[in-house]
Design a protein around this ligand. Structure first.
Ligand SMILES: *Cc1c(COP(=O)(O)O)cnc(C)c1O
Length: 352
C-alpha cells in the first residue's frame, strides 16, 4: 500500500475543487474509528458505538480536513493572506496550513473566550491574532466584510472548499464500516460540519449505495439557536467551540437533520462535562467539551426513551482533542494532593 498523503490525495477525485488547487497538506484525516464498548454498556448496551476521533488531526481538530482544501485553493489562486473568525480551532488550523503554504494568517477571536491550547496554537504557528470585544458572530461579520473589500481570502466554513474537505470524514467512516452507520451524532456550532457530513454521506450513497445515517446534531443549551428557532444574541456555554448564536449554515443544518430523519437537540453544560469525564474514564479518550456534546446528546435521547438504538450502529464524532482546553479539567478538580517524599506516607494514602 502506498504511503498516506492526506485527504486531498486520497479523496480529491470526489471533491469539487477548482483545477488551480495546489495541495498543501499536513497529512490530516485517516483518523481512527474507535469502538467504545464500555461506554455503550454504560448507556444501556445492545448496540454498536464508535468514536470518530477527530482530535487526532495535525492541529487537534477536524478543522484540518476543510483547511487543507481551503488553503490549497487559496494558494493555487495566488492568495497572499487568509483571514478567519474563530472560537479557536479554526484559528489554529488556518495558521498552521497558512504557515505550511507561506501565506499570512490573520485570525479574529472573541476576547477571553478561546481555550488556552487553541490560542497558543494560533500564536505558535505565527498568526496575527486579534481579539474582538464581542462574540464569534461579531468577528465573523467583520471578516466577511473585510474579505469582500480587500484581497484577503476568507477561510471560515462559508468558504465552500472547507465543506468539500470536511466531507472526507463521512467517506472514511463508510470505507471503514463498509456502510453508513444508522446514526451519526455530532456537535453543532456554526453548522459547517453537519452540512459537510450530510453532503459526504449523500454523495457516497449516490455513488456506492451504502445507505444514509440519521443525524443527531447537538447544541449547548446556552447556545442553541437551531433548537430555539431564532438567533441567540449572547450565547454562553463552557463548550467554547460551539458558543455560536447565529450559525452561518443553520438552514442547511436543519435541512440535513430533517432529510436524514434525525434532529437537532440541546444538552446542558453539565451533561456535556459529565460525558467528557465518562468518555475519558471509561475509554481513555479525552476530548474537549464541545466534542463530548454529540455523545451527551445520544445519552440524553436514550435516557429519555426517544432513541431506540437496539441492534443499531452509532458513530459519534469527537471533534477536538482534550489538550485544547486543559483549564476546564483543572478548574473542576483543583490541584492534586501533595505529600512529602516518604513511602510510608504514600502507603498511608493508598492503603488506609
Ligand atoms: C468547530 C468545532 C465544532 C463545531 O463545528 P461547526 O462546523 O462549527 O458546527 C465542534 N467541535 C469542535 C472541537 C470544533 O472545533
Amino acid at each position: 500500500m502506498s504511503e498516506y498523503q492526506g485527504v486531498l490525495h486520497r479523496y480529491g477525485h470526489l471533491l469539487h475543487l477548482p483545477p488551480h488547487t495546489r495541495p498543501v497538506t499536513l497529512l490530516e484525516g485517516n483518523t481512527p474509528l474507535i469502538p467504545v464498548l464500555r461506554l455503550a454498556e454504560h448507556l444501556g448496551g445492545g448496540f454498536e458505538l464508535y468514536v470518530k476521533y477527530e482530535g487526532l488531526n495535525p492541529t487537534g481538530s477536524f478543522k484540518d480536513r476543510g483547511m487543507t482544501a481551503a488553503i490549497s485553493e487559496a494558494v493555487g489562486r495566488g492568495a497572499r493572506a487568509v483571514i478567519c473568525a474563530s472560537t479557536g480551532n479554526t484559528a489554529a488550523s488556518a495558521a498552521a496550513y497558512a504557515a505550511r503554504a507561506g501565506l499570512r494568517p490573520i485570525v479574529l477571536i472573541p476576547q477571553g473566550k478561546v481555550a488556552a491550547g487553541k490560542l497558543a496554537g494560533a500564536v505558535a504557528y505565527g498568526a496575527l491574532v486579534i481579539q474582538v470585544e464581542g462574540s464569534f458572530d461579531d468577528a465573523l461579520q467583520m471578516v466577511v466584510e473585510i474579505s469582500e473589500k480587500h484581497p484577503i481570502c476568507l477561510v471560515n466554513s462559508l468558504n465552500p472548499y472547507r465543506i468539500e474537505g470536511q466531507k472526507t470524514a463521512a467517506f472514511e467512516i463508510c470505507d471503514r464500516l463498509g456502510a453508513a452507520p444508522d446514526w451519526l451524532c455530532l456537535p453543532v456550532g456554526n453548522a459547517g460540519n453537519i452540512t459537510a457530513y450530510w453532503a459526504g454521506f449523500r454523495q457516497y450513497d449516490f455513488l456506492r449505495g451504502i445507505g444514509l445515517p440519521r443525524l443527531l446534531g447537538v447544541q449547548a443549551a446556552g447556545a442553541a439557536p437551531l433548537v430555539l428557532g431564532h438567533p441567540v444574541d449572547h450565547p454562553e456555554t463552557i463548550a467554547t467551540a460551539i458558543r455560536i448564536g447565529r450559525p452561518a449554515r443553520g438552514e442547511q443544518a436543519l435541512q440535513a437533520a430533517e432529510e436524514s430523519g434525525g434532529r437537532i437537540i440541546a444538552v446542558t453544560d453539565e451533561e456535556i462535562l459529565t460525558m467528557q469525564r465518562q468518555l475519558a474514564a471509561l475509554e481513555g479518550i479525552w476530548v474537549e467539551p464541545a466534542s463530548a456534546a454529540g455523545l451527551a446528546g445520544l445519552a440524553h435521547e436514550i435516557a429519555a426513551g426517544r432513541l431506540n438504538v437496539r441492534g443499531r450502529r452509532v458513530v459519534a464524532v469527537c471533534t477536538g482533542h482534550g489538550l485544547k482546553d486543559p483549564d476546564i479539567i483543572t478548574g473542576q478538580i483543583g490541584s492534586p494532593l501533595v505529600i512529602s517524599p516518604r513511602v510510608e506516607i504514600l502507603e498511608g494514602v493508598l492503603f488506609q
